[in-house]
Design a protein around this ligand. Structure first.
Ligand code: BMA
Length: 834
């Protein structure tokens, strides 16, 4: 239904929200689905190997999708439109032309009214099956963002308060032939404020983000993407919407809710085994017996188990041992081997009801987080062993790829993750201020060998621990671990981002006398709840409570170390914007560098899309507005000034472009220096420090077009840093550095065997790539090729050109032509900056 249309660009705030005003402090109502307990764990008998089970869907569940077009209206009914599900209000308004691109210029603050209103999604649907034939019908939401009341046929089914949870409502007794379903949202901003107001006993900081972020307050009071209230690299768009799948499911007897596989290597038997967990909802009043057959043809493995499903919700766990005579190929990280996965079929044939056939990929890999004494060094090591082999983690930190998750497609994820692998990365940390990523994200990582350090979604804040909040978090954690634990790419669960450090370093100026309350809350949330659930749900990978942390030393000190940045333990985050970044002595010789970085501006073609002519200067209101990190723009100039002449052109646009270019050169050079320092610190201990086994710079990707620490711009374009990363993360790396007048040259290698190498620089021509031949008459430092809006990447960029001729290949991501490339090409080197 089309609502009152406004002209493009003319959107104004509607009347104040209809459901504003103070509400009771606790949302009442039933939390359904995800908080289910484990009713029974059945032990199963291996009966015999049987022939391949026949598969029949007869009698199987009816699934009816409610994706598509819904009616969407604001609080007082002044704005009514069609909105796609999955989707959110901002995307719907933009698609209908009711607002401009929310990323354009200052629209993030102009459109604040959208998040302050209370929106309702509704639709009617016809039940596509005979209701009387089904014992149970559920309305299932894979993701609701965030606070909403769910109704069907004017009956309230329950409420949602956690974007990361899965909600399933039993609608057996209320579903009709034609139904009206409603999701009535409450503004996430108002809800968070209200929750904070209700938390009377003591405050839970931070109340609001720093003004430079132009964000909303009390993000820590709502289980929602924390950076959607703004961050130091991102805008404030606290969305409302049904952001994942929604459907009706009808079934008799039983229904499979979760299915997961985890692999183990049993050292005593020198054998791989697989743990297969299936979580069912059994609606029969009596137990249901049956047979489960697991088949991995490539490993000539077939086993059948007899099982009994008890009424209610519960899980069955099958342990499958892989015959020692089968040559199992393990899953390896990028650069260390193949990512082999085996097709596996699991067939459930039960005495009542239907058969289920599940197709999955079985991966075999082990992971250990090694924390043990190091000779000649106080403290403990902190490194990962994959399949028994110590691996240096090379990579970066992942943030949400868009403020509007419905715009993040498979192609978006593929481009960003493939770019990480192409830059010789083998690991990414999914940072705790964003979202647990969609299944496709982890599927791609499995496929291309990117190891994932997975944070739980808590960042840079203290959090409440009242009963309601904890219950919601508990449901979230069980759901996410069950959903994700089959992925071999995930190698670590980590409780939060920087919250141990926030208490230890007293970021929020908490009086010493009050500290205990916050420490108690910290341990209650991350240790007694999150850790407990993770260890019960998943025994196949390690857990740490925070990043940075001192690991076992933090545990020893009661889960909160005095100094979580101690270089002798665990991981560290390190930022220093004032010292000259080419000076490697400023960097901490740490066990593991999980965050470090420097900002730069995205290329002009990326900025151009969201700005207008008057914005194109480094000191424009726009340039200030997009910078969310206090003094960020000045810090970049200061860092550039250590080694380069600042741009002086009298042409303002040339000056702006030169400055952008220099920020990228500076960022690339700084992170190269720092990363090389971490890589060569791998095999040495100096004054008790060293044995560094990871370098994950901050940050891989961008959420919008703005200055940030990212190496990939919004849209995927490679900054110079990303080209540099391809080199400084190369498996074999010569590093030269000077120390007190002596030039040291290190050879850093990730290869599994020692090699003698002869280097050859050879290029071949293929049909779908373009060859650029560059010529110079003088030495050209930091040569940057840019083809503007044309999507794709070069084989190399930002290089020092000492030879007269150099060939660079361009890999397009979309069809293009020689003419188009010639027209768009700009070539910049340091000598072009005036
Ligand atoms: C780290 C991160 C982020 C932040 C980044 C840059 O502390 O965990 O919170 O965006 O620094 O300031």
């Amino acid at each position: 239904m089309a609502g009152r249309r406004r002209r493009r660009g003319a959107a104004a705030p509607p009347e104040p929200p209809a459901r504003s005003g103070r509400r009771p402090c606790r949302l009442s109502g039933r939390r359904a689905g995800a908080a289910m307990g484990r009713a029974a764990l059945l032990l199963l008998l291996l009966v015999a190997t049987a022939g391949r089970a026949g598969v029949s869907a007869a009698g199987g569940p009816e699934v009816h999708s409610l994706r598509g077009s819904w009616r969407l209206g604001n609080g007082n009914g002044s704005v009514v439109l069609r909105g796609e599900v999955p989707g959110c209000v901002h995307t719907a308004l933009h698609r209908r032309g009711l607002i401009q691109d929310p990323y354009y210029r200052f629209n993030d603050v102009m459109y604040r009214w959208i998040s302050l209103d209370n929106w309702t999604y509704s639709r009617t649907f016809k039940t596509p099956f005979d209701i009387r034939k089904w014992q149970k019908v559920n309305l299932v939401f894979e993701g609701v963002d965030t606070v909403a009341q769910i109704l069907i046929n004017n009956i309230t089914l329950g409420r949602t308060d956690n974007m990361f949870n899965r909600y399933s409502f039993d609608i057996t007794s209320v579903i009709k032939e034609v139904n009206f379903v409603e999701v009535r949202f409450l503004s996430a901003v108002s809800y968070a404020a209200e929750q904070s107001r209700c938390h009377k006993a003591y405050s839970i900081p931070p109340a609001c983000p720093p003004p430079v972020q132009k964000g909303e307050c009390h993000a820590n009071f709502i289980r929602k993407e924390q950076c959607s209230f703004s961050w130091d690299w991102g805008p404030s768009f606290p969305t409302q919407g049904i952001w994942k799948d929604v459907r009706i499911e009808a079934y008799n007897h039983y229904h499979l809710i979760y299915f997961s596989l985890t692999s183990f290597f049993v050292k005593s038997a020198q054998q791989w085994s697989l743990e297969i967990e299936s979580i069912f909802d059994v609606v029969s009043s009596k137990p249901i017996a049956g047979l489960v057959t697991v088949n991995i043809p490539k490993l000539q493995m077939q086993q059948t188990f007899s099982v009994k499903l008890q009424p209610g919700e519960g899980s069955i766990v099958l342990l499958v041992n892989i015959n020692k005579s089968s040559a199992v190929e393990a899953w390896w990280p990028n650069g260390h081997g193949k990512q082999t996965g085996y097709n596996m079929t699991t067939t459930f044939i039960m005495e009542a009801g239907y058969q289920i056939e599940k197709f999955s990929k079985a991966y075999f890999r082990t992971v250990e987080l090694v924390q043990e004494p190091i000779p000649g060094s106080p403290g403990l090591s902190f490194y990962f062993k994959i399949n028994g082999r110590p691996i240096f983690l090379k990579g970066s930190n992942w943030i949400p790829a868009d403020s509007f998750q419905d715009r993040v497609t498979y192609d978006t994820l593929w481009l960003l993750l493939k770019s990480a692998a192409d830059a010789n990365m083998n690991a990414l940390r999914v940072w705790g201020g964003g979202v647990y990523e969609q299944d496709e994200f982890y599927n791609i990582c499995d496929e291309i060998g990117i190891m994932i350090w997975q944070d739980f979604m808590f960042a840079c804040a203290l959090y409440p621990t009242d009963q309601n909040y904890l219950e919601s978090v508990r449901a979230e954690v069980s759901h996410q671990v069950r959903r994700l634990k089959s992925h071999p790419s995930i190698i670590l669960w980590s409780g939060n981002n920087e919250n141990e450090a926030a208490i230890a370093s007293n970021w929020f100026s908490i009086p010493y006398a009050d500290r205990e309350v916050y420490i108690k809350d910290y341990v209650l949330l991350y240790v007694k709840n999150i850790r407990e659930i993770v260890l019960t749900e998943d025994k196949s990978r390690p857990f740490i409570a925070s990043s940075p942390t001192n690991g076992l030393e933090s545990v020893k000190e009661g889960w909160l170390s005095q100094n979580p940045y101690d270089t002798h333990y665990g991981d560290t985050h390190f930022y220093d914007y004032s010292n000259d970044c080419w000076n490697w002595t400023v960097y901490p010789k740490t066990r593991f560098a999980s965050e470090y970085g420097f900002q730069s501006w995205p290329s002009f073609s990326t900025i151009k899309k969201v700005s207008s002519t008057e914005d194109w200067s480094y000191t424009s209101n726009f340039s200030l507005h997009r910078q969310h990190h206090e003094n960020g723009n000045d810090q970049m100039l200061q860092q550039i000034g250590h080694h380069f002449k600042l741009p002086q052109s009298t042409d303002p646009i040339k000056k702006f472009k030169d400055t952008i270019y220099l920020t990228q050169v500076m960022q690339a050079q700084c992170i190269k220096t720092e990363t090389e320092f971490y890589r060569f610190s791998q095999s040495e201990i100096i004054k008790g420090e060293g044995h560094t086994m990871g370098a994950l710079y901050w940050q891989l990707n961008d959420i919008w077009q703005a200055p940030s620490w990212a190496s990939l711009e919004y849209g995927g374009k490679w900054k110079l840093l990303h080209y540099f990363a391809q080199n400084f993360f190369a498996p074999l790396l010569p590093v030269a550095y000077e120390d007190k007048g002596v030039l040291y040259i290190y050879g850093v290698s990730d290869l599994h065997a020692d090699r003698k190498l002869t280097l050859r620089a050879s290029v071949s021509q293929r049909d779908d790539v373009y060859i650029f031949v560059l010529q110079t008459t003088a030495i050209a430092p930091f040569v940057s090729l840019d083809v503007g809006r044309i999507k794709g990447r070069f084989s190399d960029n930002g290089f020092l050109m000492t030879e007269k001729k150099k060939v660079v290949v361009f890999y397009p991501w979309e069809p293009t032509s020689v003419e188009e490339l010639e027209e768009s090409l700009t070539l910049t080197s340091l000598v072009d900056v005036v």
